[in-house]
Design a binder for this molecule. Structure first.
Ligand SMILES: [Fe+2]
Length: 397
């Protein structure tokens, strides 16, 4: 019988170094199976969608679609058909951008919940409550304030924590690689996110871009034999660092976080390394540098080797990324909005404005989807390139 916990050796580059936390290695038995109820992927593109009659363009061939400010997301909140088309568009394109939006935080919550419901998410999955959300906070449980000021406090705490660990690092010797920030949201949850949205309403004069990367395309860049091997593996995701942040801030972690599967304080989950997105039927790599600590069933050296290779495919391939420049609006309420599928994309912030005193702030709402699954081979579980009939190109240098 597999052990229920395993001790992480201190030298993993992928884990927080010197971490000796006991991490569970088997999925937590949960009240429901949290299965997506779609019987087939949603069509793409939709046969006819009023949504697509609004001016829009693809940001890159691989990832991202952008709508102009002529279209307001709030105008389709009462149209299930348009919302389902939007869910399909987001899942196929990975992330969709909307310029000049007036959508409110409560409408953002309504939006991502509806996108999930109209694309088969389990009835037991609601909106995520982040473990660091304070009870009775003025912004409510389901909106995370993305704030540069909070981020600075958090980063300072993180650097101090790493310094005092037995690493020998001093201040100023931390990693200088911005790529350490690539992640998918809340993958430490047994039932993580399907859709998430961020509206940035306060933006510095320059800087503060956000980047997304396609997990579908990362999968497609693996050789068939390596893909087949990875499809047999599971990985441990963990967010113990939030425990330290909560302690530093003087409050406790939230233990009821939007789904019955997300009710413990372990902040640890086991997920397949390759995940099928039920909305597209496409396979994606589903490990990320922020939360994935190790792969099960292999040595710690092999785990590190595999994870670092997958992380490099995300961060070193600019042709599977899109970089979004948030516009600045004068009224402090209008903002650009991004909506993305956390099952099949990664993203990272750009902190280049902080040294110049820039301030950036926005509202994020995160919906919970199904328990991640690997769907095997076939029409409902295949690579994006195969589904689109792309043959792949020889890379020319
Ligand atoms: Fe994020």
């Amino acid at each position: 019988m597999a052990p229920s916990t395993i001790s992480l050796a201190p030298s993993t580059a992928t884990a927080s170094a010197t971490e000796s936390t006991k991490l569970k290695t088997t999925p937590t038995p949960t009240p429901t199976q949290a299965v997506n109820t779609l019987t087939a992927p949603l069509p793409y593109p939709p046969a006819f969608s009023p949504l697509l009659s609004h001016p829009h363009h693809e940001s890159t061939p691989v990832i991202g679609t952008e709508f102009s400010g002529d279209f307001q997301l709030s105008s389709i909140l009462s149209s299930p058909t348009s919302l389902q088309h939007l869910a399909s568009l987001i899942s196929h394109r990975g992330v969709v951008f909307f310029r000049g939006q007036e959508i409110t935080p409560s409408q953002q919550r309504e939006l991502v919940q509806s996108l999930g419901e109209l694309s088969g998410k389990p009835a037991t999955s609601g909106l995520h409550i982040h473990p660091l959300t304070r009870e009775n906070g003025k912004d409510g449980d389901h909106i995370s304030i993305i704030s540069s000021e909070e981020r600075i406090k958090y980063e300072n705490a993180r650097k101090e924590r790493e310094r005092v660990r037995e690493l020998g690092w001093e201040k100023g010797e931390e990693s200088q690689l911005a790529s350490v920030g690539w992640h998918a949201d809340i993958t430490f949850e047994n039932v993580p996110s399907d859709y998430a949205t961020l509206k940035v309403h306060t933006q510095p004069a320059t800087g503060g871009d956000t980047l997304w990367a396609s997990g579908y395309e990362v999968y497609d860049r693996l050789s068939p034999s390596f893909r087949a091997y990875l499809e047999t593996l599971s990985a441990v995701h963990n967010a113990d660092r939030f425990k330290e942040v909560a302690a530093a801030r003087g409050h406790t972690l939230r233990n009821h976080r939007g789904a019955p599967e997300n009710n413990d304080l372990e902040l640890t989950a086991v997920h397949p390394v390759i995940r099928t997105n039920p909305v597209t039927g496409w396979k994606s790599v589903f490990v990320n540098r922020s939360f994935t600590k190790r792969i099960l069933g292999v040595s710690i050296d092999e785990s590190e080797l595999i994870l670092n290779h997958l992380f490099r495919l995300v961060s070193e391939n600019h042709d599977l990324q899109v970089r979004f420049r948030w516009a600045r609006y004068k009224d402090g309420e209008t903002g650009d909005v991004a909506v993305w599928d956390n099952r099949s994309t990664f993203h990272t912030a750009t902190d280049d404005y902080i040294e110049t005193g820039g301030v950036r702030s926005g509202d994020r709402a995160v919906s919970l989807g199904e328990r991640p699954f690997y769907g095997g081979q076939g029409e409902r579980s295949r690579g994006r390139r195969e589904a689109l009939g792309w043959r792949g190109v020889e890379r020319i240098y």
